[in-house]
Design a protein around this ligand. Structure first.
Ligand code: FPP
Ligand code: MG
Length: 462
């Protein structure tokens, strides 16, 4: 019997002790909804339990993990080109919400041990994967060939056409030590693969911000000079590409094809969302011939919400789902669907509130002037609602607020309308849906923290 079996058994024991067997669910989300009475009470009912002050703060619950993630992430971004490392690390050095890593960690904590493959995934993550996570993907001389950080002993320009005999396979490694499993923080039970996934999603997010700040010509991010302002457009784009390269290598190290596929599809989604936004809502974006005003408005809303999913919610939804996959949850079990539905709704709520904040922003509050989206030609939730009350918004949206005084007129129409309020209601409705779906999870501190997050996303108290 392999030596790790007993350690896996101890994790199994610890996790089963935490979550009663009756709470283990293996059906899909749709069928889970019908069997609600056999499940723990919905998350909204939980709110009646602990008072708000007793409920765990999502960030406090995971402060050590989040700090560790941020620190160790910088070491993934080393390059012998100092300026490349500097730009790749630039946004990580400023305080940020780390919302996407937080979601990955909370879903890991809320669902680990529930899936049928938990035991095998936990063993693998703590044994073969744990050591492998930081190792290069292939032979170092192949991986680093012609790379500026190539070690001296590897292939050089002069010997590049030489054949290098493959190195002899290493003797099979000894069975993984049980101390590896024991090294898991017992209070969290977050696997090393899930911690790495949290870093990967943040790297992809930051890569998208580097590109976004070039596209949006943003002079500032979080009150400091943006990367393009500090380093120039070319280096900002290349820095983003470098981050994607490092994230991809780390992703393959997780040893889970389903997760690679999910996260790779997020990168495509981010680009699709940005293109959809650039082309603008309406006829041009959808290829639909639009005549009546109501049809055009409907079409604009459809494109706006699709773009919102692709640009923002996809990373949260698929990141959370990927965390659950790494924890051994299989197709047909409800957990993956819960993670996806939660992340999708939370992400849409988050972006809707972001779009409201753009109207309320000022140099003093957000480090950027209000109405930045209008200046980029974008009609977001508040403007689309204002159009329903003030038809004069139509031509402004049509010409992307490019006419003289268009931005100022649009700002005043939005202020006179109920656009901001209705956008907040829509955000709240998505946040409520996210909270509702948590009712399918067993009770845990992570589940309550996820619930708290749905309120915080709407109130934006951080
Ligand atoms: C911020 O939006 C930007 C995004 C959420 C995604 C941007 C995506 C791309 C530029 C596609 C390229 C993607 C990769 C992975 C290289 P915002 O402009 O509304 O928010 P902001 O006010 O924070 O800039
Ligand atoms: Mg932007």
């Amino acid at each position: 019997m392999p030596r790790w079996t007993s350690a896996a058994a101890s994790v199994r024991f610890a996790s089963r002790a935490r979550i009663p067997a009756t709470r283990r669910q293996h059906s899909a989300l749709a069928t889970a909804a019908q069997a609600q009475q056999t499940r723990p009470p919905p998350a909204s009912a939980l709110a009646l339990g602990p008072t708000p002050t007793q409920r765990p703060d999502p960030y406090t619950l995971l402060t050590p993990e989040l700090n560790q993630l941020r620190t160790s992430l910088l070491s993934l971004l080393g390059s012998s080109h100092p300026s490349l490392s500097e730009i790749a690390q630039y946004y990580f050095l400023h305080p940020s919400k780390q919302l996407r890593p937080l979601l990955v960690l909370l879903f890991s904590r809320a669902t680990n041990s529930l899936g049928r493959d938990w035991d095998s995934k936990a063993s693998a993550a703590c044994t073969e994967h744990k050591d492998e996570l930081d190792r290069p993907l292939t032979r170092p001389d192949v991986l680093n060939d012609w790379n500026p950080s190539m070690p001296d002993h590897t292939a050089s320009f002069s010997s590049v056409f030489d054949l290098h005999p493959p190195s002899r396979p290493k003797a099979s490694s000894p069975p993984p030590s049980s101390s590896l499993l024991a090294s898991l923080p017992p209070h969290t039970l977050i696997l090393p693969t899930q911690l790495r996934l949290a870093q990967i999603v943040e790297m992809i997010h930051v890569a998208s911000l580097l590109h976004d700040d070039v596209i949006d010509k943003s002079p500032l991010r979080r009150g400091a000079p943006s990367a393009p302002a500090a380093f120039g457009n070319k280096l900002a784009v290349l820095g983003g590409d470098f981050l994607l390269g490092r994230a991809s290598a780390a992703l393959s190290r997780l040893g889970e094809n389903e997760v690679v596929e999910l996260i790779a599809s997020v990168i495509a989604n981010l680009v699709e969302g940005e293109i959809l936004q650039m082309r603008g809502a309406g006829q041009e974006a959808t290829g639909v011939a639009v005549g009546a005003k109501s049809a055009a408005a409907e079409d604009r809303w459809a494109v706006y919400l699709k773009k919102t999913y692709l640009k923002t919610a996809s990373l949260m939804a698929k990141g959370a789902r990927a965390a659950v996959v790494l924890g051994g949850c299989r197709e047909g079990e409800v957990w993956k669907e819960v993670a996806y539905a939660y992340g999708r709704n939370l992400g849409i709520a988050f972006q809707l509130v972001d779009d409201i904040l753009d109207y309320e922003a000022s140099e003093a509050t957000l480090g950027k002037p209000g109405g930045a989206d209008l200046r980029l030609g974008l009609a977001t939730g508040p403007a689309l609602y204002a159009y329903e009350e003030y038809p004069e918004m139509g031509p402004l949206i049509e010409r992307k607020f490019e006419g003289e005084g268009d931005v100022e007129l649009a700002l005043s129409l939005v202020r006179r309308s109920s656009g901001v309020e209705r956008t907040r209601d829509l955000a709240r409705a998505h946040a409520d849906k996210a909270r509702e779906v948590l009712g399918h999870l067993p009770e845990s501190d992570a589940r309550i923290a996820l619930e708290v997050l749905t309120e915080r996303v709407v109130k934006r108290t951080w």
